[in-house]
Write a protein that binds this ligand. Sequence first.
Ligand SMILES: NC(=O)c1ccc[n+]([C@@H]2O[C@H](COP(=O)([O-])OP(=O)(O)OC[C@H]3O[C@@H](n4cnc5c(N)ncnc54)[C@H](OP(=O)(O)O)[C@@H]3O)[C@@H](O)[C@H]2O)c1
Length: 236
Amino acid sequence: MSIALITGASRGIGRATALRLAAEGHTVAAGYGANREAAEGLAASLPGAIAVGGDLRDPATPARLVDAVEAGLGPVEILIANAGMGSPPRRLEEIPLAEWDDLHAVNLRASFLLAQRVLPGMIERGFGRIVFVSSVAAFTGGIIGAHYASSKAGLHALAHSISQQAAAHGVTANVVAPALIESDMLPAGSREALAAKLPVGRLGRVEEVADLIAAVVANGYLTNQSIVLDGGWHPS
Ligand SMILES: NC(=O)c1ccc[n+]([C@@H]2O[C@H](COP(=O)([O-])OP(=O)(O)OC[C@H]3O[C@@H](n4cnc5c(N)ncnc54)[C@H](OP(=O)(O)O)[C@@H]3O)[C@@H](O)[C@H]2O)c1
């Protein structure tokens, strides 16, 4: 079993993924941003787990998180780059530059920096799993805005590039792209209307995303793929 760093594990999809990977016997480092208590509470409930935190808008945070995992548990063998920021829905002309930068810093740059920090060790050890949590917005533009869609689209190229470099060394890199999952990220007051858009007629559950992430982690032949999980909204 392996050591797994899951960013954004204080809530939502990341929390469900931490629970799921821990149930499969992996040792979890639960990442957090502002919600330290929630991540520490989660870690306290899981065997051998720790919580590691910091604001991923800061480019120094990814290396600090990995350092903390290495000091507390050992090398990161599974990276789930899940932490993400949204915003209220915005038309292109309404997107403030600072918000564009924040979403790219957390959703894309931090994912790149985390992968950059852990990949050499994974290659050296001949094993690694990297999963980027994107969004169907990377394909369709989505409902939040161009800044969110753009920050997620870059993750797909990152996975393609890492796969080329690392697949022959036992390291896989994939993207899981969910949509309309019940969590704090969904715009308030819109849930019923959003669910009605979906062929399955309901929102997704965080546990369903965690199931898929766990399956990706378990499969050494799957790399360079973007898997959409969206209740049939966008055929891919
Ligand atoms: N829910 C959906 O329908 C949906 C759809 C497509 C994609 N996604 C993606 O799925 C991922 C998880 O989202 P979710 O639905 O679980 O959302 P969520 O409940 O809002 O959780 C977001 C997580 O990201 C962390 N985070 C946010 N900003 C951060 C920052 N600056 N520094 C460090 N951590 C930060 C939060 O940590 P703290 O709470 O500790 O600050 C939290 O754990 C995101 O990447 C999101 O874009 C979600």
